[in-house]
Design a protein around this ligand. Structure first.
Ligand code: PBG
Length: 325
């Protein structure tokens, strides 16, 4: 038996060598912290399926924003849960709405923080769908929803959002929002498009956190079929054409191939959303002592970056940033 000539193990012999040859580096700069805001004062409700994640009132959110920034996280994305939901999701389009208040408080508490807003209706409608319902079979009317998204996005812009992130998967969403922003004098406000968003069971815990599960039906007529990847490229191409500044693939972990393909094909900055179910699975297994949550989290986030994501939305952002610095 011949012994091997090439010894790959030589460069793995010490931590110093491993650091030198490391190809992917995870940094706090790569992370976006999602935060959930609810009405009230001094509120900090734990989300039971997501250990360490809370629904907070605006005052507490401001502290979390400061805290995340001090930990090294450059951006947050805000999700609002209003006092009252209705058929049209009116709170989403109000200058006094919950997320608009949160944006102002976040920017006051920490002007350096990049404040992103999720632009969608599912947290605001009593039926839990992402837009305007036509009839009673749960069909979301595309173009009517675009008009509502236009109203919503202007209130985010006026509140001072730094990035708007439409997540509703309506056709023409990015182009409509771009035109609306431009006409409203917000030419400089960038759009992070949830360009490739799958209809996924991994969003389960988020729908508890944001109280946004559809009251009936599901989102398969607007979100993508998990089986498709060529379609992902078509979706991304449309959003690029319509003026997206950054693209997103969501979820991340079961879609690393999609991240890799989109990263290869398009040169816009690419985000990936390490979603609620991905986070909860890690913590549920860790609570049973089956896995090491800290190590697995770093491994997962590194793999998402290795696949081609430039930055990652993750519930672990603040904790990971602290560990990386
Ligand atoms: C829609 C939205 C969802 C998530 C982010 N934005 C939920 C959905 O499409 O049902 C899910 C994020 C997660 O699971 O962490 N506003």
């Amino acid at each position: 038996m011949p012994f091997p000539e090439y010894r790959a193990r030589r460069v793995r012999r010490s931590e110093g060598l491993r650091r030198l040859v490391r190809e992917t580096r995870l940094s706090p700069d790569d992370l976006v912290q999602p935060l959930f805001v609810v009405p009230g004062k001094g509120v900090r409700n734990p989300v039971s399926s997501m250990p360490g994640v809370f629904q907070t009132s605006v005052d507490e959110l401001a502290k979390d924003v400061r805290d995340s920034y001090d930990a090294g996280v450059p951006a947050v994305i805000l999700f609002g849960i209003p006092e009252h939901k209705d058929g049209q999701g009116s709170d989403a389009c109000s200058d006094k709405g919950i997320v608009q208040q949160a944006v102002r408080a976040a920017k006051d508490a920490c002007p350096e923080m990049v404040v992103m807003t999720d632009v969608c209706f599912c947290e605001y409608t009593d039926h839990g769908h992402c837009g305007w319902l036509e009839g009673d079979d749960g069909h979301v009317h595309n173009d009517q929803t675009l008009e509502m998204l236009g109203l919503q996005v202007l209130t985010h812009a006026k509140a001072g959002a730094d990035v708007v992130a439409p997540s509703g998967m309506m056709d023409g969403m990015v182009g409509y929002i771009r035109d609306t922003l431009d006409e409203g004098g917000h030419e400089e406000l960038p759009i992070l498009s949830y360009a490739v968003k799958y209809s996924s069971a991994f969003y389960g815990p988020f729908r508890d956190a944001a109280d946004s599960a559809p009251a009936f039906g599901d989102r398969r007529t607007y979100q993508m079929d998990p089986a498709n990847v060529t379609e992902a490229l078509r979706e991304a191409a449309l959003d690029v054409e319509e003026g997206a500044d950054m693209l997103m693939v969501k979820p991340a972990l079961a879609y690393l191939d999609v991240i890799a393909k989109v990263a290869e094909e398009f040169d816009l900055p690419l985000a990936a959303y390490n979603v609620s179910g991905e986070f909860s699975m890690v913590h549920a297994a860790a609570q049973r002592g089956w896995i090491d949550a800290e190590r697995i989290t770093l491994e997962i986030l590194t793999s998402i970056k290795r696949a081609g994501a430039d930055f990652i939305l993750t519930y672990a952002a603040r904790d990971v940033a602290r560990r990386l610095t």
